[in-house]
Design a protein around this ligand. Structure first.
Ligand SMILES: [Cu+2]
Length: 133
């Protein structure tokens, strides 16, 4: 039984390493990237989500007013991650931002949709997005 556990762990580690293989060491001081709201001119609120192994380093709670046009960018600082939300019907990647209109109030979950490491690490990557009146 113990051996099996170790084997599983080794397997998980290998997957984890593969996911973040080639990731550059951060040589510059980490820059905090906050979600940014674009000017009202374009009528689109733009957010940027940053991902590392295995965390989202930008805001983990987004609150958006109903009726807002939203664009969400994903920046992978480390590893390969994608984001999806079943509730919102969106799927995005590093080179594929999500654009939608927040037309239904509620609380939605944005999750990492690429198995990017050990299950518990990967499943910890979540962002809550609230659409409010
Ligand atoms: Cu991930």
């Amino acid at each position: 039984m113990k051996k099996l556990g170790l084997l599983f762990l080794a397997g998980a580690l290998t997957i984890g390493l593969a996911a973040c293989g080639g990731a550059d060491e951060e040589t510059t001081a980490p820059k905090q990237e906050e979600s940014t709201e674009a000017g009202a001119a374009s009528g689109v609120e733009e957010y940027t989500i940053t991902a590392t192994n295995w965390d989202f380093t930008s805001d983990k709670e987004l609150t958006i007013k109903k009726g807002t046009k939203v664009k969400i960018n994903l920046v992978n600082k480390e590893g390969m991650h994608t984001i999806s939300s079943e509730g919102l019907g969106i799927e995005m990647g590093a080179d594929k931002p999500a654009e939608f209109t927040a037309d239904k109030t509620g609380e939605y979950e944005l999750i990492c949709s690429t198995v990017c490491g050990a299950t518990e690490d990967h499943e910890a990557m979540k962002i809550s997005l609230k659409i409010v009146d």
